[in-house]
Unconditional design. Structure first.
Length: 608
């Protein structure tokens, strides 16, 4: 909903700019702080997404290393047998290695983009070596490569792949993920040295003899496996360590350990007690396959935890962004609420009315009359000015809140006024109720073009009739020293002029035709109905009926009760002229409401 064009056109841009600037400064400060916080969380979210990509890369590397280890062993057997064994097995294994390599190459390209120089260099080196596998395979097929050269080639490629995994652990944004990658890296190294042992021992058993270099190689590989197994046990979870113990207790692993002991106990130059190269390769492969099951478990856990960390980071970003937006909206709503509270005190709206009855009763009648009219009229004008100038759609943004405040204010004021014995206190609660009627027009202003003229008309009428009432009360209080209801008994006989002015003012406040209060209330009721608040118009009409009781009670005391004293209140010429002008204005606005409404329309134009 928006204000009618006639209400929003020609708004003073300078005032609006000043109000917006004042409101914008704290909003910008809050936005800067919130932006920094959200940016940090976005950075963490991107780091977690990057971490998930690197975790997936580690999984791909693990799959490639497993196949490359088997190809290394098969190639060593093929070379060790001078091409007489393992040719079909080697061809089949190469196809499996190629599938894992192709998947890894694309991941390496993505991981290297945007990475630091060290990690990007490791990824580029690995991609280059992966591309050189075909050239080495040709040398193996032609039997031009030696077994040590074959081992060195594949072991170098695998070492570079494991180096990338260690780089992932070092660049991990989350310590828990980094620890998980470190455990995976240690386990992959254990498995790699198990693969190297499979290849080295296969060559020894295929050759039928062990030399000093081969013995040293097997001894070093056994030691390396023990070292990385210890590192894994230090970093892995209890379940993962239990899985490794189960793998070591398997028959193939126990047989590998037995054959290793036989080979290490063989003196250089002697024939090993075990010489079945194919049998060794099968057993070592079964052991490595068991380790591969643990590796799959580790990589699945890594991918799961990395995905959970990324999801948590994304939720954190959304939470911070939502909290920042909600806080900003709450701040804006609070600012508007504080403005409404400030004006509410001046307009004596419920629940900000508590000061009015005591101030009205404690002050002199002239002062109370001034406070009941001038601040209220100025406050309504200020509120409308603020809503129109600061935000053209402002009146339509809070219609329900204003309507509820209007209903509560008029109802509370009228009901409590019924029980008052003090004239000034009664008029204080009457003033509260009158504020509710005017606020009804403010609530409808977003949809009713005639609401602003109606508000202006009623404020003018309220000023005249309320000042008339307080002027008479001031004179009664000065002569009797009391503002009790009994002080005006018989005023119609003692002072017919002031009594008539008081009666007209009270009847106008009650909304009795043809006085100004009646026309003003009609204008406000019509505006409320046009603005979509027919229920509020019904509430206002019921309150007008209630108000008649206490206004009629004052009039009854004035004309139908015997006076407590014979003389009337003394008044000067200035008082008589002021009271006469207010009374004439009340009558004139009621008899010629069109004129008053036209002047109010002009006032609404000036207000914009």
């Amino acid at each position: 909903m928006s204000l009618p064009l006639s209400l929003s056109a020609a708004l003073p841009s300078s005032l609006r700019a000043r109000i917006v600037a004042v409101a914008l400064i704290p909003c910008l400060a809050f936005g800067a702080v919130a932006g920094v916080a959200v940016t940090e969380r976005v950075g963490q979210g991107r780091a977690m997404a990057r971490m998930e990509e690197l975790a997936d890369l580690s999984v791909r590397i693990g799959a490639f290393v497993h196949e490359a280890q088997k190809e290394r062993g098969a190639s060593s057997l093929y070379l060790g047998s001078k091409g007489s064994q393992f040719a079909p097995e080697l061809a089949a294994q190469r196809r499996l290695t190629d599938a894992a390599r192709d998947a890894l190459v694309s991941d390496l390209e993505a991981a290297g983009a945007g990475a630091d120089a060290d990690f990007a260099g490791k990824a580029a080196t690995l991609r280059k070596k992966l591309g050189g596998i075909e050239r080495h395979r040709g040398a193996v097929d032609r039997l031009e490569a030696s077994v040590p050269a074959n081992l060195a080639t594949y072991s170098g490629i695998i070492a570079d792949a494991l180096g990338v995994v260690r780089g992932v652990a070092q660049t991990a944004a989350d310590p828990a993920i980094g620890a998980r990658v470190s455990a995976l890296s240690a386990f992959l190294s254990l498995k790699e040295f198990a693969g190297q042992e499979r290849a080295a021992a296969s060559a020894v058993f295929a050759a039928g003899a062990i030399d000093l270099a081969g013995l040293r190689r097997l001894t070093g590989l056994a030691s390396d496996q023990a070292t990385f197994e210890g590192l894994f046990r230090a970093a892995g979870s209890a379940d993962e360590i239990a899985a490794l113990d189960a793998a070591n207790a398997a028959e193939a692993a126990r047989e590998v350990a037995r054959i290793r002991s036989l080979a290490l106990d063989t003196a250089p130059g002697q024939v090993p007690a075990f010489s079945d190269a194919k049998g060794w390769f099968r057993l070592a492969t079964q052991r490595i396959d068991g380790l591969k099951g643990i590796e799959d478990r580790l990589t699945a856990a890594l991918a799961r935890e990395a995905g959970a960390a990324r999801s948590q980071a994304e939720r954190t970003v959304l939470l911070w962004a939502g909290a920042a937006l909600a806080t900003l909206l709450l701040s804006v709503a609070l600012a508007f609420g504080l403005v409404l509270v400030g004006y509410g005190f001046e307009m004596t709206l419920v629940p900000f009315h508590v000061w009015a009855p005591d101030v009205f009763q404690g002050g002199t009648a002239p002062a109370s009359g001034f406070v009941s009219v001038v601040p209220k009229v100025a406050a309504f004008a200020g509120l409308l000015r603020f809503l129109l100038a600061a935000m053209p759609d402002g009146l339509a943004a809070w219609p329900t809140v204003l309507a509820l405040l209007a209903a509560a204010t008029m109802t509370f004021g009228n009901l409590v006024a019924l029980r008052q014995a003090s004239l000034k206190r009664l008029l204080a609660y009457s003033s509260i109720a009158q504020a509710g009627y005017v606020l009804m027009g403010v609530a409808a202003a977003g949809q009713a073009p005639e609401a602003l003229p109606a508000i202006g008309y009623y404020l003018a009428a309220y000023l005249l009739m309320n000042l008339s009432a307080f002027a008479v009360v001031a004179q009664v209080e000065r002569m009797t020293g009391s503002d009790a209801l009994a002080a005006i008994r018989g005023l119609g006989r003692r002072a017919p002029g002031p009594a008539a002015a008081l009666a007209l003012a009270l009847l106008s406040l009650a909304g009795v035709p043809p006085l100004a209060g009646f026309a003003g209330k009609v204008f406000l009721l019509v505006a409320a109905i046009e603005g979509g608040f027919a229920w509020l118009a019904v509430v206002a009409a019921a309150n007008m009926a209630v108000a008649l009781f206490y206004y009629a009670a004052i009039i009854a005391e004035t004309y139908f009760r015997d006076p407590d004293r014979a003389e009337g209140p003394a008044s000067g010429a200035g008082y008589a002229w002021a009271l006469g002008l207010c009374t004439a204005g009340t009558l004139g606005l009621g008899i010629a409401p069109g004129l008053g409404r036209g002047l109010a329309q002009l006032g609404a134009t000036l207000l914009r």
